[in-house]
Structure formats: C-alpha cells, structure tokens
Write a protein that binds this ligand. Structure first.
Ligand SMILES: NC(=O)c1ccc[n+]([C@@H]2O[C@H](COP(=O)([O-])OP(=O)(O)OC[C@H]3O[C@@H](n4cnc5c(N)ncnc54)[C@H](O)[C@@H]3O)[C@@H](O)[C@H]2O)c1
Length: 340
C-alpha cells in the first residue's frame, strides 16, 4: 500500500454507507484524518450505517482521527459550520440517493440530493478554499451505450433514468467548478460495486438473501443482461489513487470497473455454488431504466491511476458470501440474546 507523503484531513460525504465506510477505513489506515457527513436516511436500514460507523469509531486511531457530523448535504447551515470548523485538504463526495430503479419513483428527491446536494458541497468547498474533489459517479451515465466496453470519452447524452441524469449533472457541476475556480476533480464512474457491507437492496446481496431463505429470485428478461461487477477493495484502491491524482490538479473522469462482464444467470450460478443452495427463479419482464450491459474500459485508470482490479468475481463472491454468512449469524445471535 502506498502511503501519502503527508497525512491529510479528508471530508467524506456519505461515509456511513457501503463504499464510503470502506474508503474511510483505508484513509484511517494510511494515517489520514477523516470527517464523515451522513444523514443516516432510511433508504435502507439506518442501523446498518450505524454499524459501519461503529467500525470506524473503533479503528485503532478512531478516537483521534475520526469525526462524524450527522446531517444532510442539503442543509447549507450545517455545511457551513462543518467547513468553518475544520481545515479539509480534500473532499470525497459519495453522499447520494443511489440506485436506478427507485429513482424512477422519486426523481425529485434524486435531483435534490444528487444535484443540489453536490452543488452545495462544491460551493462550500470553494468558499473554504478546498480545491481537491473526488466524486462518486456511476456507469449508469452511459445509458444504452452503442459501443462496448464503455470509454470515458463516449457520448453520454442518452441517460435512461433520473439517477443517471443526476450523476452526469454532478460530473458537469464539478467541471464548471474546475473551470471557474480551479477546483481539481476526479469523477469516478463506479461499475456495480459489491463486497462485504454491500447495500442490502443491491442484486448480489438481495439474491444471496433470497437464495438463503429459499425465496424466489426475480430475474428480469431472459437473464442475459450483463454487468461489470467490481469488488469494493478494488474500488477503494481507485478512490485513493484518485485523491492523489486530484491533489496534483486537473479534471478527469475515470471508469472503475473490473473490465469483465457477467450475465445475470451466471451470477446466480456463482451465488448458488458459494452458498451451497439452489435458487428458485422468479421470471419477470424487462424493467424500465435497466441497461442490457455495463462494461468498463479501464485503460485510462490503469495508465493514470495505476488502477489494477485484483479480485475476480469468483473470488469476490466467495468473500462476499463469507461475510454474508457471518453477518447473518451475528444478527440472529444478537436477536436471540436480545430476547433472552
Ligand atoms: N454501490 C454501487 O455499485 C455504486 C455504483 C455507482 C455509483 N455509486 C455511487 O457511489 C456512492 C456510494 O454508494 P453506496 O453503494 O455506498 O451507497 P450507500 O447508500 O450505502 O451510501 C450513500 C450514503 O450517503 C448517505 N446520504 C444519502 N443522502 C444524503 C444526504 N442528503 N445527506 C447526507 N448523507 C446522505 C446515505 O445515508 C449513505 O450512508 C453513491 O454516490 C452512489 O450513487 C455506487
């Protein structure tokens, strides 16, 4: 692992979430000070986010180098006092309403948090003189891309969900800050991230729960949809390298994927074998907003961030299932303890 030349203070928005909590752990490990701002909303069980934060608090240096600000990135007053109360060297902006399908139900909420919230963070950063900004964007900005694998300079004018639009808007807001105020930005297009602590509504986690409980696994269309799945530790490598990149200046978009595709039905087979159980398939029609394929060309990230995905899906699924089983055993133990 490369150590930064000087330890820094990083503001991580959404640091209580899945990817954010892994990034915070790595930043604490390498000697940075971390402030998290998170509103613990109920998009999924906030108790999961509390447990993620408890891990950070209990880090060997958590008492000294970790701080939590509980609140909403749409709250300008709170943002102002957060930026006035500390000197941040960099911002890792991950707070967002995530997920394609739910964005079709609540587009206004997605725009409010993902666009207005991102603008708020950039504005407060500008006011406070913080010039290093890393943004968690998404492969969904590509929409139904004509060429595969997806390259950062492919046209992205055909998004097919409010979520995708909101993420592209975040990249454009970052660009305007770069041009107007010299903010250095790396926008990272994450390709379906999975691993321990994955959001419970995401496919791998949800499918594992359904298979484990013998319930039907919904398969939309014929199961041939392909996704590029990225193990969370690979994404964290990319994020840390992007923080270094942004500290040197510029504006750049990077794909962070494994650069390999897996069909939905193959994914189910991998889960079945890791769990040692057969899935009950529940066939459904295609879903609006879903794209047939995501596939990252990561040559830019390889060349400029020395990004190199290390965990293939077979290994990643095994590690996920190991965590998933341990987590379920812990929860059911805690529930029994609570009753007794
Ligand atoms: N997980 C993926 O596969 C994936 C793929 C592409 C992009 N992304 C992006 O990466 C980021 C992290 O994703 P994740 O999977 O860890 O999701 P997550 O939901 O676990 O994390 C997001 C965190 O942001 C917080 N948050 C949401 N709205 C907020 C607000 N208004 N104010 C303060 N905090 C708020 C949430 O409470 C949560 O803890 C998101 O921006 C997401 O859009 C994720």
């Amino acid at each position: 692992m490369t150590l930064p030349t000087t330890a820094r203070h990083v503001l991580v928005t959404g640091g209580a979430g899945f990817i954010g909590s892994h990034c915070c752990e790595r930043l604490l490990d390498r000697g940075d000070t971390v402030t998290v701002i998170d509103d613990f909303n109920d998009f999924y069980d906030p108790a999961i986010k509390r447990r993620n934060v408890a891990l950070l608090v209990s880090h060997r240096d958590g008492a000294r180098r970790f701080r939590l600000v509980e609140g909403d990135i749409r709250d300008r007053k709170l943002l102002r006092s957060t930026f006035d109360g500390a000197r941040f060297d960099a911002i890792l902006h991950l707070a967002a309403m995530a997920g394609v399908r739910p964005s079709l139900e609540k587009p206004d909420l997605y725009f409010d948090v993902n666009v207005v919230g991102t603008s708020n963070i950039l504005e407060e950063a500008r006011r406070a003189g913080v010039r290093t900004f890393v943004f968690g964007s998404s492969s969904s900005v590509y929409g139904v891309n004509e060429s595969v694998p997806f390259r950062e300079d492919d046209p992205v004018e055909k998004p097919i969900s409010p979520y995708a639009v909101s993420k592209r808007a975040g990249e454009l807001l970052a660009y305007s800050h770069h041009r107007l105020y010299g903010t250095s930005c790396a926008c990272l297009r994450f390709f379906t991230v999975y691993g321990p602590r994955q959001r419970p509504e995401m496919a791998i986690h949800r499918f594992a729960t359904l298979i484990e409980e013998g319930r039907g696994v919904p398969v939309y269309g014929d199961g041939s949809a392909k996704r590029d799945f990225t193990f969370v530790s690979d994404v964290v490598d990319g994020v840390v390298a992007a923080l270094e990149f942004a500290a040197r200046g510029g504006y750049r978009i990077f794909n962070l994927g494994e650069s390999r595709t897996v069909e939905l039905r193959e994914l189910i087979t991998l889960l079945e074998s890791a769990l040692g159980k057969r899935a009950v398939i529940d066939r459904r029609p295609d879903q609006a907003g879903d794209v047939p394929i995501t596939f990252a060309d990561v040559s830019r990230a390889r060349a400029e961030l020395a990004y190199c995905p290390r965990v293939p899906i077979e290994e990643g699924i095994r590690r996920f299932v190991e965590w998933f089983r341990a987590e379920r055993a812990d929860r059911s133990g805690a529930a029994r303890g609570g009753r007794g």
